[in-house]
Write a protein that binds this ligand. Sequence first.
Ligand code: HEC
Length: 161
Amino acid sequence: MSDRLVTAMRKLLLILSACLFSGLLSANEVAVAPTVKPDGLPVLGETWLEANPYRGNPLAVSIGQTAYGQTCARCHGADASTNAAPAPDLRQLNRFCRRITDLDLKAACMRDNDAYFAKTVRHGKIIVGVTQMPPWQGVLKQELAWAIQMFIESRAMGGKE
Ligand code: HEC
């Protein structure tokens, strides 16, 4: 076998094992749609909004709780009630906004936070090629995503800052 062939085969082997390794790492990270339906919530359609339209809607909190349990809990912790889960404690997401007393500033902070939440959920978290969190766009309806955020916020309000 020529040296060049051996080098080429080594490279191929390296690439193959890299694929296998990242495949193993991300084997779990597939977005699976929840079975709960957003029945009773205002229908939002396909185009994602930038801000959560369900703030103050108690139905969104209860539907969100079920949807969270079915889709997010396995990484972010059961019932959004722990910071000991493998993925970040989502109750912390709007903690800066909660501390602002000026109402206009607070509203602006919440809008930014909503946009970040939606963007992260839609596109997932893929960091140096490893899927930390799968993208939910096309799997999770935006009604359910916003409902999940309402559930998380209801947990954050009841918990410590
Ligand atoms: C396969 C595990 C997994 C599942 C399932 C999952 N996530 Fe994540 N998520 C992660 C990880 C890991 C991160 C942190 C990635 C990083 O930045 O290092 C994350 C980050 C986030 C962030 C950003 C947090 C921050 O502090 O910036 C949001 C928002 C989020 N996830 C929402 C959700 C929602 C909503 C669901 C359910 C629809 C969900 N995730 C399901 C693993 C998951």
